[in-house]
Structures are given as structure tokens and as C-alpha cells.
Design a protein around this ligand. Structure first.
Ligand code: NAP
Length: 428
């Protein structure tokens, strides 16, 4: 029997416990031994008195729990950087395997964990930290192992995907849809980590290590959120044949340099990622052997996330006869040369409110031209009281040129309000 210690018994912890209890026979048959939760560390045990703990003991003394020689695996589902970081280090130093769903702590401290695990001849598993129930980490390590990954593009945040889908379907504005998502439990009371793109950025840092063996930090990538996207942007995107998704983008160039970023992005509506709706997550991979491939599924929720955690535990159980798992090869991950994001090229969509006078368009196209920005499409529909809404889609242009052009446009007296800009990518 393999004994497990759970740190945290919230949404995910309860999902893990439930799956281990409900599927106990199936799991035992598959891995050849029983997997049993022996103890559970929480802050307020009284909150969990009515749950079926399957014989596990609740404790607040996590330091002692981590010293228990009968625990083989520690499952960290508390969240946050501390004390999760300290507990994970302690568990690894005690020679215990660790499974975690915590993207923040893995993104920030992966190198320390991988090295500690290697020294102790154990391992740390984190399937649930990226895209919840989708087995993307294991797919990259095993299913796509024969490939040099050329690009990886993900919808890694279910909350923002839900909000963008609902703005389009229900023709409502961002704040109203966010409120509904909060009422449905699909967005946190404080949604900032999701809507600013930070959550997806943490996940991209982790995927970079697994897909590209690239040791990058949060500050190696730019991330932007969806706060400034309105119903009108989504409607214009539709008119132009696009859909807006919050994408985590990573790419390897021919000279082996790499780029990473998280941006709301317009993609062609016929692209596979465009059909990933509601709170679903997806990862689109281009490998040099497999070609294009898409994996999609639920990215959050106690049960899908619990599914990923229990599969990690089962993987450890499969491997527990060996001293060191050969699956988690990120100990080899290294610094990579990252392309300066200012040099990356994209098309851009912009929406702005301008003065509706003769020669205004000429002035604005002059500003764009000054920064080598060429216009591919221009839409001007509504005009009231000498004020008009203008939508511009550019041809491909370097990020730095576009940012300078936007900066100048924002200051131009003819521009009453610069509402939004969104990158446009064909993803080919
Ligand atoms: P949650 O519902 O807030 O539960 C957190 C649990 O951890 C609670 O039982 C809490 O115990 C315990 N805890 C927190 N701080 C603690 C501390 N200092 N000492 C002891 N126990 C502590 O969180 P969750 O939604 O299950 O998420 C857990 C982790 O999974 C996070 O890293 C999250 O990012 C990740 N994740 C969640 C989802 C999801 O759908 N929810 C999906 C993917 C990944 P008390 O109640 O006693 O304080």
C-alpha cells in the first residue's frame, strides 16, 4: 500500500479524496497496490467534520505530518507560494514524492524542486497545475516525446475563455459576464489573477520547461489580460472572420531562439482553437514529427483537477519500484535565448473614437505610416456629433513600431479615446 498525505482539503483536495475512495478498486487493479490517504493537513479541521475522509486523520501539525515515515507521497493542494514552498521542500528532503496542483509555486521554484527531487531520488509531479484535467504534461513527456516541439499555443485559463465566449453568445459587456461567472463559481471573488493573464503566464512558464526544456521566469514573458475587451471588439472580430481568445503563445524559431507571451489574440474563426468555448482549456501543439495536434478538456474544478492529481499519484505508484523516474526530465532544463518581444511581428486590430472631420483619417494614417505601420483593413461605421468609431487592422508590424504608433495615436488631438488593441495571428 502507498500512503498519501494531503495538504489542503478544499475544492481540489476533496476531489482527490473522492476519486481515490470511489475508484479505489479500479486504481488498485491498475497499479497493483492500494493508494490510501492517511493524513490531511488543514488550518481549520472543524470545517471538514461532515466529510467522508475514508479513515484519514485531520491535522493542523503539518511539520510533524511531513516527518511521518509511513507517508510516501505528499499531495499539496493548498495553493499560494507560502507555506506551500516550504512544505514541498521539506517533503522532498524527507525523500517523499510530491504531487502539486499549485502553478504559482511550481512556476516560481521549479528549478529548486527538480534539483531537490533529483538529489533525493524522488520526483515532483504537477499535471494539475496546468490546464486542470487535460493530461498535457504527461502528453508532452510521453506522448509527444519523439518530437521537437516547434510551437505550443494554449487556452490555459477557463475563466477568461468563459467570459469571452459569453460576451459573444449573450451580447453582454465584460463586467456583466464576469459577475455571472463569479455567481456560477467560474471566477474567483478576486478575479485579477485570471483576467490580467497572470494565471496563464504562470502556466506557460511551466509548459516551457516541459515542452522546450526552457528555464524561463515570469519576467521573461509579456502578459496582457482581457480587461479592456468589450462586446464591440468581439463583434468586430466576428465581422472580420476572427474570434478573440486569451492565448499563451510559445514558439521556437529556426535559429533556436524562442518567444513566449500571453495576449488576447484574434485568430481565424475556422482555427481549431477558435471552437474551444466556455470554460474549456486547450493546448495546440506543432511538433516536427506529429504535425498539428490539439488536446482539450476541463481546466478546473475539483473533479477534473483531482483526476490529474490521482493520475500523477498512480504514475508514482507504477514507478515506485524504481529509484528514479525517467519521466520528469526537466532537471535538464536550461536557459534559452529569448527573442526580444519588441521584435516580434503581428498584425494588430485597434478600435478608437476619433473626431469625424475631413483630413482626420489622413492625419492618423500619417502617424501609422511614420512608424511603418500599414493598414490592411479600415472600418468606420457610426458617427454621432462629429465623433466616429474607427477600427483598423494592420499588416504585420514589429511590436516596438506598433507600441510607438499607439503611444502617438493616444496623444493625437483627433483621437478622443483609444479603446483597445488586440494582436491578430493566423497561427500557421
Ligand atoms: P481551496 O478550495 O481554497 O482549498 C485550499 C485548502 O488548503 C483548504 O482546505 C485550506 O484549509 C488549505 N490551506 C490553505 N492554506 C493552508 C495553510 N497555510 N495550512 C494548512 N492548510 C491550508 O483551494 P482549491 O481550489 O482546492 O485549490 C488548491 C490548489 O489547486 C491551488 O494551488 C489552485 O491553484 C490549484 N488548482 C485549483 C483548481 C480549481 O479548480 N479549484 C484547478 C487547478 C489547480 P482551511 O480551509 O482549513 O484553511
Amino acid at each position: 500500500m502507498l500512503n498519501i498525505g494531503l495538504l489542503g482539503l478544499g475544492h481540489v483536495g476533496q476531489g482527490v479524496l473522492r476519486i481515490l475512495l470511489e475508484n479505489a478498486d479500479l486504481i488498485k487493479e491498475r497499479v497493483g497496490q492500494a493508494l490510501c490517504v492517511k493524513s490531511i493537513g488543514v488550518r481549520s479541521p472543524e470545517k471538514y467534520q461532515n466529510l467522508n475522509l475514508g479513515g484519514a486523520t485531520l491535522t493542523t501539525d503539518i511539520d510533524s505530518m511531513l516527518l511521518d515515515p509511513e507517508l510516501h507521497i505528499i499531495v499539496e493542494v493548498m495553493g499560494g507560494e507560502e507555506p506551500a514552498y516550504t512544505y514541498i521542500c521539506k517533503a522532498l528532503k524527507q525523500g517523499k514524492y510530491v504531487v502539486t496542483a499549485n502553478k504559482e509555486v511550481v512556476a516560481k521554484h521549479k528549478k529548486t524542486f527538480f534539483e531537490l527531487a533529483k538529489t533525493q531520488q524522488v520526483d515532483i509531479y504537477f499535471e494539475a497545475a496546468v490546464a486542470g484535467g487535460i493530461p498535457i504534461i504527461r502528453s508532452l513527456k510521453v506522448g509527444y516525446a519523439a518530437n521537437k516541439i516547434q510551437s505550443l499555443t494554449g487556452i490555459l485559463n477557463g475563466t477568461t475563455n468563459y467570459i469571452l465566449s459569453k460576451i459573444e453568445e449573450e451580447e453582454k459587456e465584460f463586467n456583466e459576464v464576469l459577475q455571472t461567472a463569479q455567481n456560477l463559481g467560474l471566477a474567483e471573488a478576486d478575479p485579477s489573477m485570471d483576467i490580467t493573464g497572470l494565471d496563464a503566464a504562470y502556466k506557460l512558464v511551466i509548459l516551457a520547461a516541459v515542452a522546450f526544456k526552457a528555464d524561463i521566469q515570469l519576467n521573461d514573458l509579456d502578459y496582457e489580460g482581457i480587461e479592456s475587451i468589450g462586446l464591440k471588439d468581439i463583434q468586430y472580430a466576428k465581422e472580420l472572420g476572427y474570434r478573440i481568445k486569451l492565448l499563451a503563445l510559445s514558439k521556437r524559431y529556426d535559429d533556436n531562439r524562442m518567444s513566449f507571451g500571453v495576449y488576447p489574440t484574434m485568430i481565424p474563426e475556422q482555427h481549431l482553437l477558435a471552437s474551444v468555448r466556455e470554460e474549456l482549456n486547450a493546448v495546440y501543439i506543432v511538433g516536427n514529427a506529429v504535425g498539428d495536434s490539439l488536446i482539450t478538456g476541463k481546466g478546473a474544478g475539483g473533479s477534473p483537477t483531482g483526476s490529474a492529481i490521482v493520475s500523477d499519484i498512480m504514475d508514482i505508484a507504477f514507478d515506485s519500484t524504481k529509484k528514479l523516474s525517467r519521466r520528469n526530465l526537466e532537471t535538464n532544463c536550461q536557459a534559452v535565448q529569448i527573442l526580444d518581444s519588441q521584435e516580434l511581428e503581428s498584425q494588430f486590430y485597434m478600435r478608437l473614437i476619433i473626431a469625424d472631420h475631413p483630413r482626420v483619417l489622413e492625419k492618423l494614417t500619417g502617424i501609422l505610416g511614420h512608424y511603418d505601420v500599414s493598414i490592411a483593413k479600415l472600418i468606420q461605421k457610426e458617427s454621432h456629433n462629429s465623433v466616429a468609431e474607427l477600427v483598423i487592422v494592420t499588416y504585420e508590424v514589429k511590436e516596438k513600431n506598433m507600441q510607438q504608433a499607439i503611444h502617438t495615436l493616444k496623444k493625437a488631438p483627433e483621437v478622443h479615446r483609444f479603446l483597445t488593441y488586440i494582436r491578430v495571428k493566423d497561427l500557421v
